[in-house]
Design a protein around this ligand. Structure first.
Ligand code: NDP
Ligand code: GDR
Length: 367
């Protein structure tokens, strides 16, 4: 059932997934994003009551949560959405105080590196000061109630920027974009709240992770989305920027498990989460186009507008700490990830083709 059917219940949109009694409460900023949707599934499967902060937008932005929607009027509803924004400290305080979460996951962000050069103030406000606002809401809540609340900060390998691989927890940060600088600030705010106030606060330094739910203007999804459309005849060209950049790409479903694990430990700490395997954008093209028997060189054109003023050339994480201490390891490798994304986007393109052939939709432009 489409999520907009529940708008009638008012400000809170309520989702119900099982009838089991809730064990713990989690509050997630960025619940509508790629990671937010996988983390919600994981926490619901563990019996949590999951609360998410969503931005008001003129269109519904809850598509990634639709498959776990169940009638909101059931008393056993365990997923609840609340309007709020990381730029609005009063809303963050209100939701932390009224929900009384056991765990807070700060995943909300203007998360596009290229866009952060065009919207630097906004990116800093959401990514850096937004994290500070949420930490402060948690700190004040703990101080006034005496409760324990654990906090997870979505850190990024982009913080390493120009520092060559392999990158681990001791590697020096050298951020190369307004986004990355803001993530470094959020990282240190988190460390500072841990040291100054004894908050149980963890930084996950996650390398790139993808999935069929990845935003369509990140390079992997942009490629697999275009590939599906090319394969069914809805698109003929794909315009990209720097093909030489190398990334350590994992599967988002594996990475949200790492987030949860960090908050289940005796002591808070910071962890790198990575596959330890890096590929260039060109290698992603080779693998994905090759998977469906096409040569990417016949379709890809370079467009300067997708180049960044300063690029991050090479990221490859060293995740020994989380593997040894928390027993985490990725289950999905590069080839499997590419196949999963191509398969999903090929199916989506076939559905799109049926609609386009019957004049129900105009073939969209690429992002
Ligand atoms: P997405 O871009 O898919 O999701 C971002 C989420 O943040 C969306 O729910 C978005 O809402 C929300 N958001 C944006 N602006 C605000 C705001 N002002 N207030 C509240 N919420 C806001 O990102 P991912 O799921 O991929 O990533 C999750 C987090 O992890 C982000 O912080 C990202 O920077 C970080 N990260 C991601 C990595 C990756 O490879 N995916 C790697 C390392 C870190 P809406 O749906 O309305 O746009
Ligand atoms: P990234 O991901 O910047 O690593 O940030 P993205 O997929 O945007 O770029 C990866 C690399 O591909 C190059 N590239 C292009 N990128 C995009 N988006 N579009 C293109 O057309 C294109 N052509 C080449 C880029 O220059 C770059 O080198 C992601 C985000 O999820 C962040 O929020 C997160 O913190 C980091 O991963 C880890």
């Amino acid at each position: 059932m489409p999520i907009n059917k529940v708008e009638a219940v008012g400000c809170d949109l309520i989702y119900d997934n099982t009838s089991a009694a809730p064990v713990k409460k989690a509050l997630i900023s960025g619940i509508t994003g790629q990671d937010g949707s996988y983390l919600t599934e994981l926490l619901l499967s563990k019996g949590y009551e999951v609360h998410g902060i969503i931005r008001r937008s003129s269109n519904f932005n809850t598509q990634r949560l639709e498959h776990i929607y169940i009638d909101p009027h059931k008393s056993s509803a365990r997923m609840k959405l609340h309007y709020g924004d990381l730029t609005d400290a009063s809303a963050l305080r209100k939701w932390v105080d009224s929900i009384r979460p056991d765990e807070v996951y700060n995943l909300g962000a203007q998360s596009h590196v290229g866009v952060s050069f065009e919207n630097p103030d906004y990116t800093a406000d959401v990514v850096a000061t937004g994290a500070l606002r949420l930490l402060e809401a948690v700190r004040v809540h703990i101080e006034t109630t005496g409760r324990e609340v654990r906090y997870y900060q979505a850190g990024s390998s982009e913080m390493y920027g120009a520092t060559p691989p392999p990158q681990d927890e001791d590697t020096v940060f050298h951020p190369r974009s307004p986004y990355a600088v803001s993530k470094v600030a959020a990282h240190w705010y988190t460390v500072n709240y841990r040291e100054a106030y004894g908050l149980f606060a963890c930084n996950g330094i996650l390398f790139n992770h993808e999935s069929p739910r990845r935003g369509e203007n990140f390079v992997t999804r942009k490629i697999t989305r275009a590939l599906g459309r090319i394969k069914v005849g809805l698109q003929s060209k794909l315009y990209l920027g720097n093909l030489k950049a190398s990334r350590d790409w994992g599967f988002a479903g594996d990475y949200v498990e790492a987030m949860w694990l960090m908050l289940q430990q005796e002591k808070p700490d910071d962890y790198v989460v990575a596959t330890e395997d890096s590929h260039t954008v060109e290698e992603f093209l080779e693998e994905s186009f090759g998977y469906v028997g096409l040569n990417w060189k016949d379709y890809v054109e370079i467009d300067q507008r997708y180049f960044r003023p300063s690029e991050v050339d090479n990221l490859r994480g060293s995740s020994a700490k989380i593997r040894e201490k928390l027993g985490w390891q990725p289950k999905v490798g590069f080839k499997q990830l590419v196949a999963m994304m191509v398969d999903a986007d090929l199916e989506a393109a076939k559905r799109e083709k049926v609609l386009a052939d019957h004049g129900h939709i105009a073939p969209q432009q690429q992002p």
